[in-house]
Ligand binder design. Structure first.
Ligand code: GLY
Length: 347
C-alpha cells in the first residue's frame, strides 16, 4: 500500500491522506479509526450497492444513504433530501460522511460534507478510475445549478481518499479509458517522464496488469497532488488541468451528454493542440488512439455553436477564451485562443 499526503497552500500540515492499494476500502475501520465518530454515513451510488455493502460489513453499524445514478442527482434538491435524512438519523458535527462512487458522488457528497452543520469530516472512496486520479483529488466539490454544471461548490479537502485498486478489475472498458484520458492529460501537461512511461506501458495498463496499474494510478495522483499543493483554488497552476476541457466541455454539452466526458475531453485535447500548433500532437493522438478514444470533432457540431459555448467557460478571464495546452510534452501552459485560431479546425 502507498500512502501520500496533500498539504494545500494555506495549510502548514497535511490535510488529506491518500491511501492506494488493493482492498484498502475494506480496511476503513482501522485506517480511519471509524470508532472515533458518533455515526458513520455511507453515501453511495445505488448502482454500486455491493461495494457499499462490503464496506458497511467491514465497518459495522453505518447509516446507508443510496443516491440514484446519473448527473441529475448532483443538485441542491438532493443535498436538501440527504440533509433531512441525516438529521432524522441523528447526525451531528462528529459524524463521518463516507462517499462511495464516481465523480458524481464525490462531488455531491464532498459538497454535502462541506456545508452540513458548516462542515463535517469526509472520506472519499472513488470507484471509477476518473474519480481515483482526478475528481476525488484536490478538494473540489460541486452541484449543478441554474441549468449549468458545477455552478455551486466549495474547495474543501477531504480527510482521506481511499483508492482501492481492486475496484478497477470490474470497471467496464469504456469507463476505464475515460480515466486514462485524464491520466494522459496530466502527464502531457506536467510530467514528461510519466508520459514516456505511459508510451512504453499503455498495453499493460489497459490489461490492468500489476505492477503497471498501481504505478500508473500512483504517478497520476502524485502529479495532481503536486499541482494542488501549489494552487488549490484554480488561480494558476491548477488551470493546467483544464487541457482539453475548454473545447471538450463545449463538445460534451452540445452533444447533449451523449458523448462521455472522457471522449469529449479526448476530442478537446486534439482540437486544442491543433488550433494552438502544439508540436507533440502526434504523440498525444497515438496514446488516445491506443485507448480507443475519439480524436475528431463530430460533424454535427458547428464552429459557431462550439465557439459560443466556449466563450461562456467559467475559467475564461477578461473576455478571452483560454485553453491549457502542452507546448511540448511536460511543458503545459495556459494560452488565449482566438476565433481565427479556432476556425482553423473547420477549414
Ligand atoms: N478536475 C480538475 C481539477 O481538479 O482541477
Amino acid at each position: 500500500m502507498h500512502t501520500l499526503t496533500l498539504t494545500p497552500p494555506a495549510h502548514p500540515v497535511p490535510v488529506t491522506k491518500i491511501l492506494i492499494g488493493n482492498d484498502v476500502s475494506t480496511k476503513l475501520k482501522t485506517v480511519i479509526k471509524t470508532d472515533s465518530f458518533d455515526r458513520i454515513v455511507l453515501l453511495y451510488d445505488s448502482g454500486i450497492e455491493s461495494i457499499a455493502k462490503r464496506i458497511e460489513h467491514s465497518i459495522g453499524t453505518c447509516i446507508l444513504l443510496p443516491v440514484s445514478s446519473g448527473d441529475s442527482s448532483k443538485s441542491l434538491a438532493e443535498v436538501e433530501r440527504l440533509t433531512a435524512l441525516m438529521l432524522d438519523a441523528g447526525c451531528t458535527r462528529k459524524t463521518l460522511l463516507v462517499c462511495i462512487g464516481g465523480g458524481m458522488i464525490t462531488d455531491l457528497g464532498g459538497f454535502l460534507a462541506s456545508v452540513f452543520m458548516r462542515g463535517i469530516p469526509c472520506v472519499l472512496v472513488p470507484t471509477s478510475l476518473l474519480g481515483m486520479v482526478d475528481a476525488a483529488i484536490g478538494g473540489k466539490t460541486a452541484v449543478n445549478a441554474g441549468g449549468r454544471k458545477n455552478m455551486l461548490g466549495t474547495i474543501t479537502h477531504p480527510m482521506c481518499v481511499i483508492v482501492d485498486l481492486a475496484l478497477l478489475k470490474d470497471l467496464p472498458a469504456a469507463q476505464f479509458s475515460e480515466g486514462l484520458v485524464e491520466i494522459i492529460k496530466i502527464a502531457a501537461m506536467v510530467d514528461r517522464p510519466f508520459f514516456e512511461w505511459l508510451e512504453e506501458n499503455m498495453q499493460s495498463v489497459l490489461k490492468r496488469k500489476e505492477p503497471e496499474i498501481s504505478e500508473c494510478v500512483t504517478r497520476a495522483i502524485e502529479a495532481k497532488v503536486r499541482i494542488v499543493e501549489n494552487d488549490d483554488h484554480d488561480r494558476d497552476e491548477r488551470l493546467l488541468l483544464n487541457f482539453g476541457h475548454t473545447i471538450g466541455h463545449a463538445v460534451e454539452a452540445l452533444s447533449l451528454y451523449t458523448l462521455s466526458h472522457g471522449a469529449a475531453v479526448s476530442i478537446g485535447m486534439i482540437a486544442e493542440m491543433t488550433a494552438l500548433q502544439s508540436k507533440d500532437l502526434k504523440r498525444v493522438s497515438a496514446l488516445l488512439e491506443a485507448i480507443h478514444m475519439p480524436l475528431t470533432i463530430p460533424e454535427f457540431l458547428t464552429r459557431d455553436a462550439l465557439w459560443n459555448v466556449m466563450k461562456t467557460d467559467k475559467k475564461n478571464e477578461g473576455g478571452a477564451v483560454r485553453c491549457a495546452v502542452p507546448v511540448s510534452i511536460g511543458e503545459g501552459a495556459v494560452h488565449t485562443i482566438t476565433s481565427e485560431q479556432f476556425s482553423v479546425l473547420f477549414s
